[in-house]
Design a protein around this ligand. Structure first.
Ligand SMILES: Nc1ncnc2c1ncn2[C@@H]1O[C@H](COP(=O)(O)OP(=O)(O)OP(=O)(O)O)[C@@H](O)[C@H]1O
Length: 229
């Protein structure tokens, strides 16, 4: 589903490599944690998958497409297949919960009847049944993140990318969010999550890819956050 072949990434005007000859294969349906210290390259990895940036060298393959060669007009189509969730939720403050989720479908031209069916179905899936008419600021942080996940998932993307999704949440709320991401993963969606959250990674026992200074230093099935010796 996602394949990095010897990927090096440098930012314009900077000589240091944000990623340095990274190789990784993430199969369809996997759940993968991307861990590492601040500046180790996690966000750069995710931005490459979204084609927000291009590799300086090497190839990035997502769902059979090599992103370095992909023409710009095809990028929106790629991003339909890759849902995104961030630490700071990024909800539209002037829209209700249901409108926030519906908006993701409206912008890709889904028919109204389908939107009217999918939005309540997805709100129920994320545990927000009955909260569709609330405004984002009337929700807790955990609930807001559920809205963001509903919005990312309503289109049933093949891949869900989450960049520190529990970064603003307390431990108990974070566990609820992780259960939800796990449930989404069980529907067949590949989940790739960058995180600093040691306890979450240790509890979930999923595959862990660790970056250090832009290089993969560990790739472990059912891993924990730190090294096990
Ligand atoms: N827009 C940018 N321009 C220049 N350098 C950048 C840019 N974004 C990131 N970098 C550099 O690339 C390297 C990797 O950064 P990246 O943001 O991928 O790390 P990260 O692991 O996601 O960190 P964090 O956990 O703090 O988000 C760092 O050295 C960083 O300073």
């Amino acid at each position: 589903m996602i394949r990095f072949e010897n990927v090096t990434a440098t930012y314009p005007g900077h000589r240091a490599r944000a990623l340095d000859r990274v190789n990784a294969i993430i199969d369809e349906g996997e759940f993968v944690f991307l861990v590492g210290e601040s500046g180790s390259g996690k966000s750069t990895f995710l931005r490459l998958v979204l084609r927000e940036i291009r590799a300086t060298q090497g190839e990035v393959w997502v769902d059979g497409r090599e992103l370095g060669r992909m023409r710009g007009f095809r990028v929106p189509r790629l991003r339909r297949d890759v849902g995104t969730v961030f630490q700071d939720f990024r909800l539209l403050p002037n829209k209700t919960v249901a409108q926030n989720v519906a908006f993701a479908l409206q912008v890709i031209g889904k028919p109204k009847a389908q939107i009217n069916r999918l939005v309540p179905e997805t709100l129920e899936l994320v545990g927000l049944d009955g909260k569709g008419r609330r405004m984002p600021d009337e929700l807790s942080g955990g609930e807001q993140q559920r809205v963001a996940i509903a919005r990312a998932f309503v289109n049933r993307p093949k891949i869900l990318i989450a960049d520190e999704p529990t970064g603003n949440l307390d431990p108990a709320t974070s566990i609820g969010i992780m259960k939800l991401l796990d449930r989404i993963n069980r529907t067949g969606t590949t989940v790739l999550m960058a995180t600093h959250d040691v306890e979450i990674v240790d509890q979930m026992r999923k595959r862990v890819i660790e970056l250090d200074g832009g290089s993969v230093v560990r790739d472990q099935l059912r891993g924990v956050y730190g090294h096990t010796y």
